[in-house]
Design a protein around this ligand. Structure first.
Ligand SMILES: [Fe+2]
Ligand SMILES: [Fe+2]
Length: 218
């Protein structure tokens, strides 16, 4: 018997990030209301920061935990290629980080907004190519693990995510409300009631609800 908790968790994060990049592209479009509505712009900036922080933390967990695990018996060319793709994604990420401060201050003029959209498109292209290759490697290397090995790996990844992905009051709702269907049910089902019944909907609401226009069913 084997389980695929580690692989499924990583692939689910890919779906969160892919949706988030789509939202940033569409909602940052030339004629989107984001640019004329200050409240909406603030929510967009928070959503963009969550996206960049989650993507950076996700890649760090792969660099530090998942890729070494896959290569525990020696280097694999396919993982070396993924590592090179990480550098391309990080370069695109850096371009967005340079611009997000001015975006937050409402100081992006027409060409600045176009540069932001171009940087999103560049990141999205690098990300799409990377996800396809990476999920193929995960299918080959993270399927067929014993339940103990799989659970131990998934636990290390979860712990890393909690430590490095940013503040829970913002990041947990960002994760939860970018998921749909069975992904949402599965993720929500693993969270204790105190989070889903009290902290997220009530005590933390002021922190994350500016992102509401960009989230799903929240
Ligand atoms: Fe990944
Ligand atoms: Fe990756």
């Amino acid at each position: 018997m084997s389980t695929t908790r580690a692989r499924d968790g990583m692939n689910r994060l890919h779906r969160v990030l892919t949706r988030a990049l789509d939202v940033l592209r569409v909602e940052g479009g030339e004629h989107a209301p984001t640019w004329s509505d200050t409240e909406r712009l603030n929510g967009y900036v928070l959503y963009a920061r969550c996206t960049l922080d989650l993507l950076a933390a996700h890649h760090q967990s792969e660099d530090e935990i998942v890729f070494p695990f896959i290569q525990r018996d020696g280097p694999l060319p396919a993982v070396t290629a993924l590592d090179a793709q990480h550098h391309a994604v990080e370069a695109a990420l850096a371009q967005l980080r340079v611009r997000i401060g001015r975006l937050a201050g409402g100081g992006l003029d027409g060409p600045g907004r176009q540069a932001w959209r171009d940087a999103i498109a560049t990141l999205r292209a690098a990300w799409d190519a990377h996800v396809v290759d990476e999920e193929a490697v995960f299918d080959a290397a993270l399927v067929g693990l014993s339940p103990d090995d799989d659970a131990a790996l998934a636990k290390r990844i979860d712990r890393h995510g909690r430590a490095h992905s940013g503040p829970g009051p913002v990041m947990l709702p960002f994760l939860l409300f970018n998921l749909t269907g069975s992904d949402r049910l599965d993720f929500e089902g693993r969270l204790p009631w105190i989070l889903t019944g009290l902290l997220i909907p009530k005590m933390w609401a002021r922190r994350w609800t500016p992102m509401r226009p960009f989230l799903v069913d929240c």
